[in-house]
Design a binder for this molecule. Structure first.
Ligand SMILES: [Zn+2]
Length: 468
């Protein structure tokens, strides 16, 4: 099958058959003299839901940074579905949303609870025994998640996750009746989201519910990226791109500045193109999700939708690829599109994508947008990889107006926001320093972490490649 074309034909064929059967039935019913209204009910598609509550949906485009979407400035047609969605009359969007965490676990935990990473602490967590190079603390079961909230309100709660971490026991599953998560990095790609969602929507327990709360995580823009097929028209064909794991992998050699030219340029180009094709594939899945909901009757009572990302991806900035160990603009600036929730655009200023929680809990965007800040705890594995041969590592960052401030240990860096750190500021604005100081105080005031992941969770995360 040509990978450039989604295999929707699988769905079109039965749809055509159903239409043909419907036509035959209509003729038969008309011939028999049965009123029109009756045959419509008789021949309705089995998967059709008839909800009474508005459908609440969060789509996380995993690993998609804002500037690589055509909505937010890419010159390549990477996200046509997102563009269309953002320009609907009932939509709002911003390209200046900042993800609260540096990787999947903390940002999803923030979207699900409204708590900041420095409050919920579901993130990297060093373990005193040093059995693992680093460890992960799951989301605490005591907090109330969006899924629990919507379950109480009578909705079926469903999560479809291309990222295997969401089903790996890190606490993100809490409150969901149904979790379908990919088992490996490779499984949840391409048409997997579409196929999995349609299968779940057809289950009687979901189909017959009064309402639906749905979370979809789409994972194609995360490494390892699929091969770019021939005939796309805007990207050349190339084989599967990969950072390459271990000491001799491209990512480590780039970070240590051991990748000579022209190898460096060629390697980075392949990573970037694999990533761009991944963003495009995620966008196709977004389109499929919207179509599936529409066709199954879930948009009829109203749709409250947020589409955003959990973090971005370094594509060579600071001699780095990947994400998860630092909070630079490339890994934190994400798109945010809402439908049926009022105006979540933040009036053109920097906002946090944590607004997702408030908007989906209340059914409307809050009057005041949350301030844009990010934090990640130290990540020993990355520090070992970079081996001190690297520049600063931003672990706290805050954005407002024209300014962006990063803190590495006790060292401060201030930049003109949006310039990709090419324009340093003479002084860091006081209000951003105060914000970072408040985050540090919150972290210091927390009791020492006790809830380290269980051995089973550790094993699961290790198998998925999240810990070594
Ligand atoms: Zn992620």
């Amino acid at each position: 099958m040509d990978e450039a074309q989604p295999s929707r034909s699988r769905w079109r064929r039965p749809a055509r058959l159903a239409a043909l059967l419907g036509l035959l039935a209509t003729s038969l019913v008309a011939w028999l003299g049965v009123p029109q209204a009756v045959h419509q009910g008789l021949w309705a598609v089995q998967a059709q839901a008839s909800p009474t509550l508005p459908t609440v949906v969060l789509v996380v485009l995993d690993n998609v940074r804002a500037d690589q979407t055509s909505l937010c400035g890419s010159s390549l047609p990477t996200t046509p579905a997102l563009d269309r969605l953002a320009h609907r009359p009932d939509a709002s969007f911003t390209c200046k949303a900042i993800a609260p965490g540096a990787w999947t676990l903390p940002s999803h935990a923030s979207y699900f609870t409204g708590l900041w990473p420095w409050e919920h602490r579901a993130d990297w967590a060093d373990q005193a025994s040093h059995v693992l190079a680093f460890d992960v603390r799951p989301l605490a079961p005591e907090v109330t998640s969006l899924a629990e909230l919507h379950k109480q309100r009578g909705r079926a709660t469903v999560m479809i996750a291309g990222n295997p971490l969401l089903g790996a026991g890190a606490g993100l599953e809490q409150g969901f009746d149904t979790v379908v998560a990919a088992k490996t990095y490779y499984e949840g790609r391409g048409d997997w989201i579409d196929t999995s969602l349609r299968e779940v929507l057809a289950r009687p327990a979901v189909r017959d519910a009064a309402g639906l709360f749905l979370v979809v995580n789409i994972f194609d823009a995360h490494d390892v990226w699929a091969a770019v097929p021939a005939g796309l028209g805007w990207l050349p064909a190339q084989p599967q791109a990969d950072y390459g794991a271990g000491d001799q992998g491209g990512a480590t050699r780039l970070l240590r500045r051991e990748l000579p030219e022209p190898e460096r340029t060629l390697w980075l180009r392949q990573i970037r193109q694999g990533y761009q094709y991944g963003v495009y594939t995620e966008d196709r899945s977004l389109d499929a999700v919207l179509a599936a909901l529409d066709q199954a009757g879930w948009t009829a009572p109203g749709l409250q939708l947020v589409v955003t990302s959990d973090h971005g991806e370094m594509l060579g900035e600071h001699d780095a690829v990947s994400h998860g160990a630092f909070v630079f603009q490339a890994t934190q600036q994400v798109p945010l599109v809402t439908v049926g929730l009022g105006d979540c655009s933040g009036g053109g200023g920097w906002i946090s994508s944590i607004v997702t929680y408030r908007a989906l809990a209340d059914g409307r965007c809050p009057d005041q947008s949350p301030e844009a800040s990010s934090y990640v705890p130290p990540q020993r594995h990355f520090d070992q990889q970079s081996a001190g041969r690297w520049g600063h590592v931003a672990r706290f960052a805050a954005w407002q107006g024209d300014a962006q401030v990063e803190l590495d240990g006790e060292e401060l860096h201030a930049w003109r926001a949006g310039t990709g750190e090419s324009e340093p500021l003479d002084a860091a604005p006081a209000h951003l320093l105060q914000r970072i100081a408040r985050i540090r105080t919150t972290l210091e005031q927390q009791p020492s972490p006790t809830q380290i992941a269980s051995p089973a969770t550790q094993a699961a995360l290790k198998a998925l490649g999240y810990v070594q």
